[in-house]
Design a binder for this molecule. Sequence first.
Ligand code: KG4
Ligand code: ZN
Length: 333
Amino acid sequence: QKSMYVLGLETSCDETGVAIYHSEKGLINHLLYSQIDMHSEYGGVVPELASRDHIRKLVPLIKQCMNEAGLTSRDIGGIAYTAGPGLMGALLVGAATANSLAWAWRKPAIAVHHMEGHLLAPMLENNPPSFPFLALLISGGHTMLVEVKGIGRYHLLGESLDDAAGEAFDKTAKMLGLGYPGGPKLSELAKRGTPRFKFPRPMTDRPGLDFSFSGLKTYTMNALHDTAQSDQDKADIALAFQTAVAETLSIKCKRALQQTRLDKLVVAGGVSANSVIRQSLTEMADKEQALIYFPRPEFCTDNGAMIAYAGCQRLIADQHQGSVILARARWPI
Ligand code: KG4
Ligand code: ZN
């Protein structure tokens, strides 16, 4: 067993994340700079602005992260970075920085799949799950059910055929006149909602583990047209939308647990920060006598800690790319 510190860099979208994970001591330090305030002015992430901000923030964050931990380059055993999927310009900042440091420090650079990072984020908590387990990944770009047998042993069981769960939250929030990112704002509004509208649970009445969330936009639009669009109307629609997503996810996870006969469910990705979705999945798991695992809310959304962790596991398992700079906008898990 190798004992080492791994530096992790996350720059795939609108968060600059830096962290240091030690193979035995666990998470040592983690820092996050969020660009959300800048992008919210435009109602969504502006890729070119995201790249520029990563360039500005990444190196200072790395210095701060290492200084606070009292570590120097000699202590670092490898540099993990998100190589995709994500925004190409943003990915390149992390990939180029990681590979430059790797070259200068004569340490390996480790290309990490962003969704593998999300998938392994619950491992940073106390009482982490043991392999094998079922993973529901719900982020802004992806919705996936994955059978996880071990590090690097992932079998895709189902995914969204159109909008990702987080994307559906963001688009619905936009239609309701809420800012970016819409997920947290929509769930805040839904707290004041009354159960008045009933939205469908897409693709639950036929077999299979794929998802489809784009149709919910039409229901939101139709419901909006049928009302005076008061704050209460919008809260009621937000509640109907959130309930539909939460129940759909629960139905599909229940089906996947039964089909795979797995008894552990990991839920990760930005949407897993949603407390209603967490509760609905927890109730389903209890009924199915399955154990359920979530990352702490700050590690549900993008962060460097999950990349440092995934990179460390890859390095220990000797499963990482050699000296190639890797950045892929699209990349199957
Ligand atoms: O994992 P993440 O930070 O980035 C991607 O890899 O995409 O996920 C971001 C997504 C956004 O769509 C955001 O609206 C959603 O996660 N999100 C939420 C909540 N917090 C973040 N959706 C619903 N409820 C939340 N509390
Ligand atoms: Zn993410």
